[in-house]
Write a protein that binds this ligand. Structure first.
Ligand SMILES: [Zn+2]
Length: 360
């Protein structure tokens, strides 16, 4: 009811002002953008089943939408092209990061936010040089050029970087990693505990693992998200912040067709969403957007017995592929401006809408 009233009020205000104002309500100051890599609607449905239909954080969404994940050169996207679409508002080719199909660079929404005075950050469970996070700071046609991506991260404008990937820094800068990171203006920390104890005034590079943070990382993503929000809220001040959080390994567990492992990754990701939504409930100028870059595994939730008409026959988790699929993926919206993102859209359209909100 409150939602309906606010939308109606926004419409009235647009009429009164005689403008095509994007949003007539409270301006969106902060955006927390959470991406479940490989998280399909079936992954969300699986969590409903294993939680025996108790409401999850997904059920608390103020609005929902769907997006089409295909890339510029393939009906099945990889994380580079879909990450670029979400981060920049441009569809591109598979393996391309932060560039159009012709190779020219496009600004990411975190780069745009920085130009508008906001603090920006990324928090992931994979290496910070992986395709999805890289789409927010790097510009390169080959996602596998990790050394070049590491170099681009060092000179990025991000205020907070949290994840794995220390071994790639060691590979590029050998014994000089601490000096290089300090010279770039970052305070380097190596554990989640050090991150939590760090000052909120400094830029932070938290490289908490040599490679990925780990499939059994427990509440790491929720804790890292909470601290990243604290730092960005401090650094962004009145201008606010944009934070991208990735549940990176949901995808990897689906590539391995391991439903139990994917449930653990989903639980970790949902913990981070809960932190973000709680912040938005306490700070009504914050928009939380949760989506996926694509679905992985072609997960199907099928009756364990074809004769399911008579009574409960159980549900099996079946995988159609060890690769990605072409399914649409869901978008869940919470808080300020949730009504701005509606219906069925291209993945790039979501990136474009978020950029318009940031630039308003
Ligand atoms: Zn994948």
């Amino acid at each position: 009811m409150k939602q309906t009233f606010r939308s109606f009020y926004a419409l009235l205000l647009c009429f009164a002002l005689g403008t095509s104002t994007l949003y007539g309500g409270e301006p969106v100051k902060n955006i927390i953008f959470l991406i479940g890599d490989g998280m399909g609607l079936s992954s969300v449905s699986m969590m409903q089943l294993v939680n025996e239909y108790r409401p999850t954080i997904f059920d608390e969404a103020d609005n929902i939408a769907l997006q089409k994940s295909y890339s510029a050169d393939n009906r099945v996207t990889d994380s580079a092209a879909s990450g670029t679409a979400l981060a920049t508002g441009h569809k591109t080719n598979n393996t391309y990061i932060g560039v159009r199909p012709d190779g020219s660079a496009v600004e990411s929404l975190t780069e745009l936010a920085k130009r508008h005075g906001k603090a920006t950050g990324i928090v992931v469970t994979t290496v910070v040089q992986h395709a999805t996070p890289a789409a927010f700071y790097a510009h390169i046609t080959n996602r596998h050029e990790y050394i070049a991506i590491t170099e681009q991260l060092v000179v990025s404008t991000l205020d907070v970087v949290v994840g794995g990937g220390m071994s790639l820094f060691n590979e590029r800068y050998s014994g000089d990693v601490e000096r290089v990171i300090a010279d770039a203006g970052y305070h380097l920390v190596r554990t989640t505990e050090e991150l939590e104890a760090a000052s909120c005034d400094s830029r932070i590079m938290a490289l908490v693992a040599d490679k990925e943070v780990g499939a059994d990382s427990g509440d790491y993503l929720a804790r890292a998200t909470r601290k990243a929000i604290d730092i960005l809220a401090t650094r962004g001040g009145d201008e606010g912040f944009v934070l991208m959080v990735e549940g990176s390994l949901i995808d990897g567990m689906a590539h391995g067709n391991d439903a139990l492992a994917q449930q653990r990754e989903m639980e970790g990701f949902m913990g981070a969403i809960e932190v973000a939504v709680e912040y938005a409930r306490n700070h009504p100028d914050t928009l939380v957007v949760v989506t996926a870059d694509h679905e992985t595994g072609g997960l199907a939730l099928v009756s364990a017995n074809s004769d399911f008409n008579l009574s409960e026959q159980g549900v099996e988790f079946r995988w159609a592929t060890d690769g990605h699929s072409a399914q649409m993926v869901p978008i869940y919206l919470y808080g300020c401006g949730a009504e701005l993102i509606n219906g069925i859209m291209e993945n790039a359209e979501l990136g474009t809408k978020l950029k318009a909100i940031i630039a308003e």
